[in-house]
Design a protein around this ligand. Structure first.
Ligand SMILES: [Zn+2]
Length: 450
């Protein structure tokens, strides 16, 4: 039976304003998406949570915001530019990419006899082609080769080229890390699955520089830390697993790599990787820039090129994980007082991640209720992202907020004018309690932390 969950989620995302297709009125742009009013809040909450735990809560990590455009030699050093000058072949089985003239390839790429040097499969290599995942553009007013530059395909290189600047200005000592959130661009051949694989995306990356020999230990440390962070987003445990890269998947320089995978409606897929990259990155930049990037350990008076342990998460993918995991359909009682059950769609987002924290409703648009509701709303929105809604029956208003993932519904009713209390309805349990309107801020603050 085909799983319709993704279709339903994409439809909800559009209906409620989480995610829209880019340039939709022109028919859309392939695999590029825009975040709407609720989506931008959700993604921002996830990014802020990441930044807080990776930068603010750690003494040994500094933040960075490097430019998207970089010196073209960066991409020569990183190995990304090779595809513009050499024809490449891809293995359709293990997804590795080789120069077409790689002596390790047996047979003719594109033909059934060709054998992949990494996974050993036959007939899986594509015919040679000039291809590069990087978007190319031109710097300066004249389109000439000398001015060709690229949209970065990953944020990590901005960290490596600033390694010395950050080290010296922050007076950090190895081991230490640099964290960055930013956009990256890849001209993917096979994008898809909503915001899972897109041509423009946002990364949350941290490169941790360590003394060679201590990399294995730090690798295990960061694996544990990152899994814990993901679990703290409220993701169901049984939907998460580790995937260790086999020999065929590892980059040639990498020592070890693990992905955190989530069971999406379209199958298990990675949304964050933890990589032990050895000294490849700084060594290459040292070689291509001619600038010394080794580190003087003053306690032992020795010099070394630091090894890098990387944690690389997709902000869009993590947002998709959170949305998929929160999406539920369930039978609940009618909340307009009718004696019947109905089906509701609800996003059971962790309250701290929810785009809207509370919605304020006057039960009816008379008896002074809208005035009081407006005052409650004005008071709350100084501290929280809250929403005011006076349209339709109260049950319908609750349902709209269920789809938005709003954890609390605050209703001003007939009793409010008598005892200055309001009802607070819980999204998940549907239970309603009465809270003094003067205590609402404290009540919400307590519910929204943790
Ligand atoms: Zn292969």
């Amino acid at each position: 039976m085909p799983d319709k969950t993704m279709e339903k989620l994409v439809s909800l995302a559009k209906r409620r304003g989480f995610v829209f297709q880019s340039s939709e009125i022109y028919g859309g742009l392939g695999s590029v998406w825009d975040y709407g009013p609720l989506g931008v809040e959700l993604k921002k909450n996830i990014k802020e949570r990441w930044w807080r735990s990776m930068v603010h809560e750690r003494e040994d990590i500094e933040g960075l915001d490097a430019a998207i455009l970089m010196h073209p030699k960066v991409w020569e050093a990183s190995g990304h530019v090779a595809g513009f000058t050499d024809p490449l072949v891809d293995c359709k089985h293990c997804k590795n990419r080789f120069r077409a003239d790689d002596p390790k390839i047996k047979g003719t790429p594109g033909q059934p006899d060709a054998q992949c040097p990494t996974c050993g499969m036959k007939g899986t290599l594509t015919a040679p082609r000039m291809f590069n995942l990087m978007f190319k553009t031109f710097m300066g007013p004249v389109e000439e080769d000398a001015a060709v530059i690229f949209m970065r395909p990953e944020t990590a290189q901005g960290i490596y080229v600033n390694y010395l600047n950050v080290l010296q200005s922050s007076r950090q000592k190895v081991p230490f890390g640099i964290a960055q959130i930013g956009k990256a661009f890849r001209n993917e051949i096979t994008p898809g699955n909503f915001v899972f694989r897109t041509r423009e995306f946002e990364q949350m990356e941290m490169q941790f520089f360590v003394k060679p020999g201590s990399d294995g230990e730090w690798f295990e440390f960061w694996r544990a830390e990152r899994l814990k962070w993901v679990q703290d987003l409220g993701i169901r445990q049984e939907k998460l697993r580790w995937h260790q890269h086999g020999k065929g998947e590892l980059a040639h320089y990498a020592k070890d790599a693990y992905d955190i995978e989530y069971e999406f409606p379209f199958g298990w897929n990675e949304f964050e990787g933890i990589h032990n990259r050895g000294d490849f990155d700084l060594s290459r930049h040292q070689e291509y820039s001619g600038k010394k990037l080794d580190y003087l350990d003053t306690t032992t008076n020795t010099r070394f090129v630091p090894n890098v342990v990387e944690t690389s998460a997709g902000a869009d993918r993590t947002t998709l994980v959170v949305l998929c995991d929160a999406y539920r359909e369930e039978a609940v009682k009618n909340e307009d007082g009718a004696d019947k059950e109905e089906l509701r769609v609800v996003l059971k987002l962790k309250p701290e991640l929810a785009p809207i924290k509370a919605a304020v409703f006057p039960l009816v648009n008379k008896d002074g209720m809208p005035d009081v509701a407006r005052r409650v709303y004005d008071d709350l929105r100084k501290r929280f992202n809250v929403f005011y809604d006076d349209g339709g029956s109260i049950g319908r208003r609750y349902r709209r907020q269920d789809e938005a993932g709003t954890p609390f519904g605050i209703t001003i009713d007939g009793q409010t004018s008598q005892d200055q209390t309001v009802t607070v309805r819980d999204r998940d349990t549907l239970k309603q309690i009465r809270v003094a309107s003067a205590k609402l801020v404290d009540y919400l603050k307590e519910q929204l932390t943790g």
